[in-house]
Design a protein around this ligand. Structure first.
Ligand code: BES
Ligand code: MN
Ligand code: ZN
Length: 506
């Protein structure tokens, strides 16, 4: 795939006062009175210009804010970007990610070609430098990302590529940053890839096109293999859930399996992602307002796709299977209907009471597949319920699980990646709402706790395997551009899942 903006990333050991760049980005906390050493040095070179700016109150170091100081040829940098980091005591790795993203976004907006990032300096010894290198690299990709592949009439052109250097004056420190940069660049790139595939609309990415994209990814990535089941094969295997959801569309459903085999002998981790390329609701059709956002209903599957790319490029020693059931949910003469009873891949039967609860219908087949392949743990990720959006808002995803240790591991990965999750229940009370009188299960519960009843449904398809479910129906979309990103698909899940997998190896 043609990269939307080609980001070139490396590290360099430099003399800060002489370092040549178009934009040198440094961090400033809002509540630290003393400037840190690097900023102090720059300030002296600039004859007190930075101090002046802060004294006048033009820049307060708030998160999301920044100020540019022009250097007047007194250092090697044409511009110095002061990036606000907020309160020091509240700083997390997400602060680092956001600061790098902010600087990269500014550079792209200003059509600046070379950037030096010294954002880590302000944090002192707070975080490991290797981790900071990784997070700054990820943030650089995140902030510089644009989606404009279908814009033919561009107003004022834009950058084709951006060169970013993570810099420090101490070579031992630079080496540590560089170690993190290599993995961060892989993860950042995988996330941008995910964002682009997710941003593509339903007429461009339907299930066969998504399957072709997965095949293409596997062909171009060492260690990754891909098999795709078409409609006939789905019927032969008895994957009734995926078939039912896909039955109303002119585009046939596909069941995509990516396999990465690591060198160790652990059972593979199963990642299962919902990939509804467009969710109209089907016969239980959705209201028309904002229905266009339902092109993003494939985001869970694409998070799995992007994670598989990252895992293979990182050459992790564990085995990971990426399972992506894909269908388009449309109303039509051949659609599945409310009242239908579907036999799923597991053998369990499901009474359909709402065709808009289609995610769980495709995921149950994906989960059973991962279970039969002996994956353990199994983690699914999906834009599953509007109820989760109501419960958590747009800042974090819901996390349900049948295993406490796995919950903790996922929460740790969330904290480290900045892709947040919040624990929610999915136990027997919720499962009891999913019982049908005329089949084993039904596909909707009562009016309340919809995210939890959906998870309680899924939980019944993993046998005795450890399982976690990420309901990302609040975080797949950035409705408006922020100080850290353009609008559109967020690529949520790539960083969370990859960080989780990297931590398993440590
Ligand atoms: N894809 C939707 C969930 C969704 C809603 C994602 C809003 C992103 C934003 C899912 O397939 C759906 O329609 N869920 C229904 C379930 C209901 C019928 C039980 C919902 O949440 O309304
Ligand atoms: Mn739906
Ligand atoms: Zn859906």
């Amino acid at each position: 795939m043609k990269e939307i903006i080609d980001v070139k990333l490396k590290t360099r050991t430099v003399d800060f006062g002489k370092y040549k760049t178009d934009l040198l980005a440094v961090g400033v906390f809002s509540d630290v009175k003393e400037l840190d050493r690097l900023v102090r040095e720059l300030n002296t070179k600039l004859g007190g210009a930075i101090e002046q700016l802060i004294k006048l109150g033009d820049f307060k170091g708030k998160e999301g804010s920044s100020a540019i100081v022009y250097d007047n040829e007194r250092t090697g940098a044409k511009r110095i970007l002061l990036v606000g980091l907020g309160e020091k005591k509240k700083a997390t790795l997400d602060t680092v990610h956001k600061a790098a993203a902010h600087a990269a976004k500014k550079a792209v907006a200003m059509q600046i070609k070379t950037v030096g990032l010294a954002l880590h300096r302000a944090f002192g010894a707070r975080f490991d430098l290797t981790v900071m290198g990784r997070v700054m690299a990820e943030g650089t990709y995140f902030g510089s990302y644009r989606y404009d592949e279908f814009v033919t009439e561009k107003e004022d052109g834009r950058l084709g590529s951006l060169s970013v250097e993570l810099i420090d004056c101490d070579s031992a420190r630079t080496r540590k940053l560089n170690k993190g940069l290599s993995s961060g660049a892989i993860i950042g790139k995988a996330q941008s890839y995910a964002r682009t595939i997710a941003n593509r609309p339903g007429n461009v990415i339907d299930p066969p096109a998504l399957a072709a994209e997965a095949k293409k990814l596997a062909r171009g990535t060492a260690g990754l293999s891909c098999t795709v089941l078409d409609k006939k094969q789905l019927a032969a295997k008895g994957m009734g859930g995926v078939l039912a959801v896909g039955s109303g569309s002119q585009s046939e459903p596909r069941f995509i399996v990516l396999k990465y085999k690591g060198t160790n002998r652990r059972t593979p981790v199963g990642l299962v992602g919902k990939a509804i390329t467009f969710d109209s609701g089907g016969i239980s059709i959705k209201p028309s307002a904002k229905m266009e956002q339902m092109k993003l209903d494939k985001s869970g599957g694409i998070a799995v796709l992007g994670t598989m790319k990252a895992v293979a490029e990182l050459k992790l020693p564990i085995s990971v299977y990426g399972v992506i059931p894909s269908a388009e949910n449309m109303p039509g003469g051949s659609s599945y209907r409310p009242g239908d009873i579907i036999t799923t891949f597991s053998g369990k039967t499901v009474e359909v009471q709402n065709t808009d609860a289609e995610g769980r219908m495709v995921l149950c087949d994906g989960l059973s597949y991962a279970e039969k392949e002996n994956c353990d743990p199994i983690i699914d990720i999906a834009t599953l319920t509007g109820a989760c959006r109501v419960a958590l808002g747009k800042y974090m995803a819901g996390l349900m699980s049948n295993d406490e240790k796995l919950t903790k591991q996922m929460q740790k990965a969330a904290d480290e990646s900045g892709e947040k999750v919040w624990p929610m229940p999915s136990g027997d009370e919720y499962a009891s709402e999913m019982k049908s009188k005329i089949a084993d299960l039904k596909n909707i519960g009562s009016n309340w706790g919809g995210a939890c009843t959906a998870a309680a449904f899924l939980r019944q398809f993993v046998g005795d395997k450890k399982w976690a479910h990420v309901d990302m129906a609040s975080v797949e979309l950035l409705e408006k551009a922020t100080e850290f990103s353009t609008e559109g698909a967020s690529g949520f899940g790539v960083r969370l899942l990859t960080t989780y997998l990297m931590n398993l190896v440590k």
